[in-house]
Design a binder for this molecule. Structure first.
Ligand code: SAH
Length: 346
Protein backbone atom coordinates (compact mmCIF):
# COMPACT_ATOMS: atom_id res chain seq x y z
CA UNK A 1 0.00 0.00 0.00
CA UNK A 2 1.18 3.50 -0.72
CA UNK A 3 0.20 6.72 0.98
CA UNK A 4 -1.93 8.31 -1.72
CA UNK A 5 -1.91 11.87 -0.37
CA UNK A 6 1.86 11.80 0.06
CA UNK A 7 2.37 10.33 -3.41
CA UNK A 8 0.11 12.84 -5.16
CA UNK A 9 1.84 15.66 -3.26
CA UNK A 10 5.19 14.40 -4.48
CA UNK A 11 3.86 14.36 -8.05
CA UNK A 12 2.64 17.92 -7.55
CA UNK A 13 5.93 19.14 -6.08
CA UNK A 14 8.33 17.39 -8.48
CA UNK A 15 6.12 16.85 -11.56
CA UNK A 16 7.37 13.29 -11.55
CA UNK A 17 7.02 9.87 -9.93
CA UNK A 18 8.54 6.44 -10.50
CA UNK A 19 6.67 3.98 -12.71
CA UNK A 20 5.37 1.94 -9.81
CA UNK A 21 3.72 4.90 -8.09
CA UNK A 22 2.26 6.13 -11.39
CA UNK A 23 0.80 2.69 -12.08
CA UNK A 24 -0.88 2.76 -8.70
CA UNK A 25 -2.46 6.15 -9.30
CA UNK A 26 -3.67 5.19 -12.76
CA UNK A 27 -5.21 1.90 -11.69
CA UNK A 28 -6.92 2.60 -8.39
CA UNK A 29 -10.31 4.22 -7.92
CA UNK A 30 -9.46 5.16 -4.34
CA UNK A 31 -7.01 7.74 -5.78
CA UNK A 32 -9.79 9.66 -7.54
CA UNK A 33 -10.67 12.34 -5.03
CA UNK A 34 -7.10 13.17 -4.02
CA UNK A 35 -5.88 13.30 -7.61
CA UNK A 36 -8.81 15.46 -8.73
CA UNK A 37 -8.39 17.81 -5.77
CA UNK A 38 -4.69 18.48 -6.42
CA UNK A 39 -5.08 18.70 -10.20
CA UNK A 40 -7.90 21.22 -9.80
CA UNK A 41 -5.88 23.24 -7.34
CA UNK A 42 -2.86 23.38 -9.70
CA UNK A 43 -5.06 24.40 -12.66
CA UNK A 44 -6.58 27.17 -10.48
CA UNK A 45 -3.11 28.42 -9.48
CA UNK A 46 -2.22 28.82 -13.15
CA UNK A 47 -5.46 29.40 -15.05
CA UNK A 48 -7.87 30.40 -12.28
CA UNK A 49 -11.40 29.21 -12.94
CA UNK A 50 -11.16 29.93 -16.67
CA UNK A 51 -12.33 27.39 -19.22
CA UNK A 52 -11.05 28.13 -22.71
CA UNK A 53 -13.31 27.35 -25.64
CA UNK A 54 -12.33 26.35 -29.17
CA UNK A 55 -14.69 26.15 -32.12
CA UNK A 56 -14.14 22.81 -33.82
CA UNK A 57 -14.58 22.82 -37.58
CA UNK A 58 -14.48 19.33 -39.05
CA UNK A 59 -13.00 20.18 -42.41
CA UNK A 60 -13.18 16.87 -44.26
CA UNK A 61 -13.91 13.22 -43.59
CA UNK A 62 -12.00 12.00 -46.63
CA UNK A 63 -8.93 10.16 -45.43
CA UNK A 64 -6.14 8.30 -47.20
CA UNK A 65 -5.24 6.44 -44.03
CA UNK A 66 -6.70 3.26 -42.66
CA UNK A 67 -6.22 3.51 -38.89
CA UNK A 68 -7.89 0.43 -37.45
CA UNK A 69 -9.80 2.34 -34.76
CA UNK A 70 -11.14 5.24 -36.77
CA UNK A 71 -14.61 5.48 -38.31
CA UNK A 72 -13.48 7.67 -41.21
CA UNK A 73 -10.72 5.26 -42.27
CA UNK A 74 -10.25 4.81 -45.99
CA UNK A 75 -11.90 1.37 -46.13
CA UNK A 76 -15.13 2.43 -44.48
CA UNK A 77 -17.34 2.51 -47.55
CA UNK A 78 -20.55 3.09 -45.59
CA UNK A 79 -19.84 6.68 -44.59
CA UNK A 80 -20.82 9.48 -46.96
CA UNK A 81 -17.79 11.66 -47.61
CA UNK A 82 -17.71 15.47 -47.56
CA UNK A 83 -15.26 18.30 -47.56
CA UNK A 84 -15.95 21.93 -46.68
CA UNK A 85 -15.26 24.76 -49.09
CA UNK A 86 -13.41 27.87 -48.01
CA UNK A 87 -16.73 29.71 -48.01
CA UNK A 88 -18.25 27.12 -45.70
CA UNK A 89 -15.28 27.35 -43.33
CA UNK A 90 -15.48 31.14 -43.26
CA UNK A 91 -19.18 30.93 -42.50
CA UNK A 92 -18.40 28.69 -39.52
CA UNK A 93 -15.84 31.25 -38.32
CA UNK A 94 -18.32 34.09 -38.74
CA UNK A 95 -20.89 32.27 -36.62
CA UNK A 96 -18.23 31.22 -34.14
CA UNK A 97 -16.82 34.71 -33.78
CA UNK A 98 -20.28 36.06 -33.13
CA UNK A 99 -20.77 33.44 -30.40
CA UNK A 100 -17.50 34.45 -28.74
CA UNK A 101 -14.98 31.91 -30.07
CA UNK A 102 -11.44 33.26 -30.51
CA UNK A 103 -9.83 29.98 -31.52
CA UNK A 104 -10.87 27.97 -34.56
CA UNK A 105 -9.69 24.39 -34.85
CA UNK A 106 -9.73 22.82 -38.30
CA UNK A 107 -9.62 19.06 -37.95
CA UNK A 108 -9.95 16.42 -40.60
CA UNK A 109 -8.86 13.21 -42.22
CA UNK A 110 -5.70 13.23 -44.32
CA UNK A 111 -7.35 14.46 -47.48
CA UNK A 112 -4.95 15.16 -50.38
CA UNK A 113 -7.39 17.74 -51.74
CA UNK A 114 -6.19 20.04 -48.95
CA UNK A 115 -2.82 20.85 -50.48
CA UNK A 116 -0.57 23.47 -48.92
CA UNK A 117 -1.95 26.07 -51.35
CA UNK A 118 -5.58 25.31 -50.54
CA UNK A 119 -4.95 25.31 -46.77
CA UNK A 120 -2.74 28.41 -46.75
CA UNK A 121 -5.42 30.30 -48.64
CA UNK A 122 -8.06 29.34 -46.04
CA UNK A 123 -5.76 30.07 -43.09
CA UNK A 124 -4.68 33.49 -44.34
CA UNK A 125 -8.28 34.47 -45.07
CA UNK A 126 -9.33 33.52 -41.53
CA UNK A 127 -6.38 35.41 -40.01
CA UNK A 128 -7.06 38.49 -42.14
CA UNK A 129 -10.70 38.58 -41.15
CA UNK A 130 -10.10 37.69 -37.51
CA UNK A 131 -6.61 38.86 -36.53
CA UNK A 132 -7.50 38.48 -32.86
CA UNK A 133 -8.17 34.75 -33.27
CA UNK A 134 -5.89 31.73 -33.10
CA UNK A 135 -6.04 29.06 -35.79
CA UNK A 136 -5.35 25.49 -34.73
CA UNK A 137 -4.87 22.67 -37.22
CA UNK A 138 -5.39 18.96 -36.68
CA UNK A 139 -4.84 17.50 -40.11
CA UNK A 140 -2.43 14.67 -39.52
CA UNK A 141 1.05 13.99 -40.82
CA UNK A 142 2.57 16.34 -43.37
CA UNK A 143 6.11 17.22 -44.44
CA UNK A 144 8.23 19.65 -42.48
CA UNK A 145 8.05 22.03 -45.46
CA UNK A 146 4.28 21.86 -45.42
CA UNK A 147 4.16 22.62 -41.68
CA UNK A 148 6.41 25.63 -42.31
CA UNK A 149 4.09 26.97 -45.01
CA UNK A 150 0.99 26.52 -42.84
CA UNK A 151 2.73 28.32 -39.99
CA UNK A 152 3.81 31.14 -42.29
CA UNK A 153 0.23 31.47 -43.52
CA UNK A 154 -0.77 32.21 -39.92
CA UNK A 155 -1.67 28.94 -38.22
CA UNK A 156 -0.75 29.12 -34.53
CA UNK A 157 -1.22 25.65 -33.10
CA UNK A 158 -1.22 22.04 -34.30
CA UNK A 159 -2.77 19.00 -32.66
CA UNK A 160 -1.30 15.64 -33.57
CA UNK A 161 -1.90 12.92 -31.05
CA UNK A 162 0.98 10.47 -30.95
CA UNK A 163 -1.75 7.81 -30.26
CA UNK A 164 0.69 5.55 -28.39
CA UNK A 165 4.37 5.93 -27.51
CA UNK A 166 5.05 2.22 -27.91
CA UNK A 167 6.09 1.26 -31.41
CA UNK A 168 4.82 -2.32 -31.20
CA UNK A 169 1.46 -1.06 -29.90
CA UNK A 170 1.36 1.61 -32.62
CA UNK A 171 1.70 -1.15 -35.19
CA UNK A 172 -1.31 -2.98 -33.78
CA UNK A 173 -3.45 0.14 -34.23
CA UNK A 174 -2.25 1.12 -37.69
CA UNK A 175 -1.66 -0.66 -41.00
CA UNK A 176 1.85 -1.28 -42.36
CA UNK A 177 1.88 1.79 -44.55
CA UNK A 178 1.86 4.04 -41.50
CA UNK A 179 4.94 4.67 -39.42
CA UNK A 180 5.40 5.32 -35.73
CA UNK A 181 8.74 6.98 -36.36
CA UNK A 182 7.21 9.42 -38.82
CA UNK A 183 4.42 10.35 -36.43
CA UNK A 184 6.95 11.19 -33.71
CA UNK A 185 9.14 13.04 -36.21
CA UNK A 186 6.14 15.17 -37.21
CA UNK A 187 5.66 16.26 -33.60
CA UNK A 188 9.27 17.42 -33.34
CA UNK A 189 9.03 19.11 -36.77
CA UNK A 190 5.93 20.97 -35.61
CA UNK A 191 7.67 22.13 -32.45
CA UNK A 192 10.71 23.29 -34.37
CA UNK A 193 8.50 25.17 -36.82
CA UNK A 194 7.17 27.29 -33.99
CA UNK A 195 3.69 25.88 -33.49
CA UNK A 196 2.13 25.46 -30.07
CA UNK A 197 1.92 21.68 -30.27
CA UNK A 198 -0.53 19.16 -28.89
CA UNK A 199 0.17 15.44 -28.50
CA UNK A 200 -1.99 12.80 -26.87
CA UNK A 201 -3.41 9.32 -26.91
CA UNK A 202 -6.52 7.22 -26.53
CA UNK A 203 -7.19 5.59 -23.19
CA UNK A 204 -8.13 1.92 -23.41
CA UNK A 205 -7.35 1.46 -27.08
CA UNK A 206 -7.18 -2.20 -28.12
CA UNK A 207 -4.08 -4.04 -26.85
CA UNK A 208 -3.03 -1.08 -24.68
CA UNK A 209 -1.35 -2.12 -21.44
CA UNK A 210 -0.78 0.01 -18.35
CA UNK A 211 2.91 -0.07 -19.24
CA UNK A 212 2.02 1.51 -22.59
CA UNK A 213 0.30 4.32 -20.72
CA UNK A 214 3.42 4.88 -18.62
CA UNK A 215 5.37 5.14 -21.89
CA UNK A 216 2.82 7.73 -23.07
CA UNK A 217 3.39 9.80 -19.94
CA UNK A 218 7.18 9.53 -20.28
CA UNK A 219 6.91 10.63 -23.89
CA UNK A 220 4.84 13.66 -22.87
CA UNK A 221 7.45 14.56 -20.23
CA UNK A 222 10.11 14.42 -22.93
CA UNK A 223 8.23 16.28 -25.68
CA UNK A 224 6.80 18.92 -23.34
CA UNK A 225 3.85 19.78 -25.57
CA UNK A 226 1.75 22.91 -24.99
CA UNK A 227 -1.46 20.89 -25.26
CA UNK A 228 -2.41 17.29 -24.52
CA UNK A 229 -5.51 15.60 -25.91
CA UNK A 230 -6.63 12.37 -24.30
CA UNK A 231 -9.96 10.61 -24.42
CA UNK A 232 -11.32 7.10 -24.07
CA UNK A 233 -11.19 4.78 -27.07
CA UNK A 234 -14.74 4.17 -28.31
CA UNK A 235 -15.33 1.41 -30.80
CA UNK A 236 -16.84 2.13 -34.18
CA UNK A 237 -19.05 -0.52 -35.73
CA UNK A 238 -17.54 -0.24 -39.23
CA UNK A 239 -13.90 -0.70 -38.26
CA UNK A 240 -11.81 -3.79 -37.52
CA UNK A 241 -12.16 -2.85 -33.84
CA UNK A 242 -15.96 -3.10 -33.87
CA UNK A 243 -17.09 -4.68 -30.61
CA UNK A 244 -13.83 -3.98 -28.77
CA UNK A 245 -14.23 -2.68 -25.25
CA UNK A 246 -14.39 1.09 -24.76
CA UNK A 247 -11.91 2.95 -22.59
CA UNK A 248 -12.78 3.63 -18.97
CA UNK A 249 -14.13 6.98 -17.78
CA UNK A 250 -12.28 7.04 -14.49
CA UNK A 251 -8.94 5.84 -15.83
CA UNK A 252 -9.22 8.73 -18.31
CA UNK A 253 -10.05 11.17 -15.51
CA UNK A 254 -7.13 10.02 -13.35
CA UNK A 255 -4.83 10.42 -16.34
CA UNK A 256 -6.10 13.96 -16.92
CA UNK A 257 -5.15 14.75 -13.32
CA UNK A 258 -1.75 13.10 -13.61
CA UNK A 259 -1.02 15.05 -16.79
CA UNK A 260 -2.06 18.32 -15.11
CA UNK A 261 0.32 17.54 -12.23
CA UNK A 262 3.19 16.52 -14.53
CA UNK A 263 2.81 19.41 -16.97
CA UNK A 264 1.13 22.11 -14.83
CA UNK A 265 0.79 24.74 -17.59
CA UNK A 266 -0.57 22.44 -20.25
CA UNK A 267 -3.78 23.24 -22.16
CA UNK A 268 -5.86 20.17 -21.49
CA UNK A 269 -9.22 19.60 -23.15
CA UNK A 270 -12.08 17.73 -21.60
CA UNK A 271 -12.78 15.83 -24.81
CA UNK A 272 -15.87 14.94 -26.78
CA UNK A 273 -15.06 11.24 -26.38
CA UNK A 274 -15.22 11.65 -22.62
CA UNK A 275 -18.63 13.26 -22.80
CA UNK A 276 -19.75 10.59 -25.25
CA UNK A 277 -19.08 7.71 -22.81
CA UNK A 278 -20.31 9.49 -19.69
CA UNK A 279 -23.25 11.92 -19.46
CA UNK A 280 -21.25 14.24 -17.17
CA UNK A 281 -17.93 13.59 -18.89
CA UNK A 282 -17.29 17.19 -19.85
CA UNK A 283 -17.65 18.49 -16.30
CA UNK A 284 -15.90 15.53 -14.67
CA UNK A 285 -12.97 16.25 -16.99
CA UNK A 286 -12.84 19.89 -15.89
CA UNK A 287 -12.97 18.88 -12.25
CA UNK A 288 -10.08 16.49 -12.86
CA UNK A 289 -7.81 19.25 -14.16
CA UNK A 290 -8.86 19.92 -17.77
CA UNK A 291 -9.22 23.58 -18.78
CA UNK A 292 -10.34 23.53 -22.42
CA UNK A 293 -13.52 22.48 -24.24
CA UNK A 294 -13.97 22.28 -27.98
CA UNK A 295 -17.64 22.60 -28.96
CA UNK A 296 -18.61 21.55 -32.45
CA UNK A 297 -18.86 24.43 -34.93
CA UNK A 298 -19.13 22.35 -38.12
CA UNK A 299 -22.15 22.87 -40.40
CA UNK A 300 -24.88 20.82 -38.72
CA UNK A 301 -25.74 18.72 -41.76
CA UNK A 302 -22.20 17.28 -41.88
CA UNK A 303 -21.72 16.54 -38.20
CA UNK A 304 -23.02 12.99 -38.27
CA UNK A 305 -20.63 12.14 -41.12
CA UNK A 306 -17.55 13.00 -39.07
CA UNK A 307 -18.04 9.74 -37.23
CA UNK A 308 -14.73 8.88 -35.60
CA UNK A 309 -16.52 6.52 -33.20
CA UNK A 310 -20.06 5.35 -32.43
CA UNK A 311 -22.41 7.79 -30.74
CA UNK A 312 -20.06 10.78 -31.06
CA UNK A 313 -21.69 13.70 -29.29
CA UNK A 314 -22.16 16.78 -31.50
CA UNK A 315 -25.34 18.46 -30.31
CA UNK A 316 -26.69 19.92 -27.06
CA UNK A 317 -23.90 21.37 -24.96
CA UNK A 318 -21.39 19.86 -27.43
CA UNK A 319 -22.64 22.27 -30.06
CA UNK A 320 -21.07 25.70 -30.44
CA UNK A 321 -24.53 27.13 -31.09
CA UNK A 322 -25.56 26.14 -27.59
CA UNK A 323 -22.77 27.93 -25.83
CA UNK A 324 -25.23 29.35 -23.31
CA UNK A 325 -26.00 25.83 -22.15
CA UNK A 326 -22.31 25.08 -21.78
CA UNK A 327 -21.70 28.34 -19.90
CA UNK A 328 -24.42 27.40 -17.48
CA UNK A 329 -23.14 23.92 -16.67
CA UNK A 330 -19.57 25.18 -16.49
CA UNK A 331 -20.46 27.91 -14.01
CA UNK A 332 -22.56 25.51 -11.96
CA UNK A 333 -19.42 23.40 -11.64
CA UNK A 334 -17.45 26.37 -10.32
CA UNK A 335 -15.66 27.54 -13.47
CA UNK A 336 -16.26 30.26 -16.03
CA UNK A 337 -16.12 30.15 -19.81
CA UNK A 338 -13.47 32.56 -21.03
CA UNK A 339 -13.71 34.40 -24.32
CA UNK A 340 -10.15 35.02 -25.44
CA UNK A 341 -7.51 33.20 -27.47
CA UNK A 342 -6.50 31.21 -24.42
CA UNK A 343 -2.82 30.71 -25.15
CA UNK A 344 -0.66 28.55 -22.95
CA UNK A 345 0.67 30.33 -19.85
CA UNK A 346 4.46 30.22 -19.72
N1 SAH B 1 -6.35 12.93 -39.11
C1 SAH B 1 -6.00 13.73 -37.96
C2 SAH B 1 -7.15 13.90 -37.01
C3 SAH B 1 -7.59 12.61 -36.43
S1 SAH B 1 -9.12 12.60 -35.57
C4 SAH B 1 -4.80 13.13 -37.29
O1 SAH B 1 -4.28 12.14 -37.77
O2 SAH B 1 -4.32 13.67 -36.32
C5 SAH B 1 -8.59 13.12 -33.97
C6 SAH B 1 -8.36 12.04 -32.94
O3 SAH B 1 -9.52 11.26 -32.74
C7 SAH B 1 -7.32 11.00 -33.29
O4 SAH B 1 -6.03 11.49 -33.08
C8 SAH B 1 -7.67 9.83 -32.38
O5 SAH B 1 -6.88 9.83 -31.19
C9 SAH B 1 -9.14 10.11 -32.03
N2 SAH B 1 -9.95 8.95 -32.44
C10 SAH B 1 -10.05 8.38 -33.65
N3 SAH B 1 -10.83 7.27 -33.59
C11 SAH B 1 -11.22 7.14 -32.31
C12 SAH B 1 -12.01 6.19 -31.60
N4 SAH B 1 -12.54 5.13 -32.22
N5 SAH B 1 -12.21 6.38 -30.27
C13 SAH B 1 -11.68 7.44 -29.64
N6 SAH B 1 -10.91 8.36 -30.24
C14 SAH B 1 -10.67 8.22 -31.57
Amino acid sequence: MINIEETVNRLRETNDLDDEALLYLIQNDECNSILFKHADSVRREIYGDKVYIRGLIELTNYCKNNCLYCGIRRDNKSVGRYRLSKEQVLLCCEQGYELGFRTFVMQGGEDPYFSDDVLCDIISDIKNKYPDCAVTLSLGERSRESYKLLFKAGADRYLLRHETADKAHYEKLHPNDMSFDNRIKCLYDLKETGFQVGAGFMVGSPFQTYENIIADLRFLQKLKPHMVGIGPFISHCQTPFAGYKNGDTFVTLRLLSIIRLMLPNVLLPSTTALSTIHPDGRILGLKAGANVVMPNLSPKNFRSLYSLYDGKAAFGAESAQELEKLKEIVSKAGYSVCVDRGDVKK
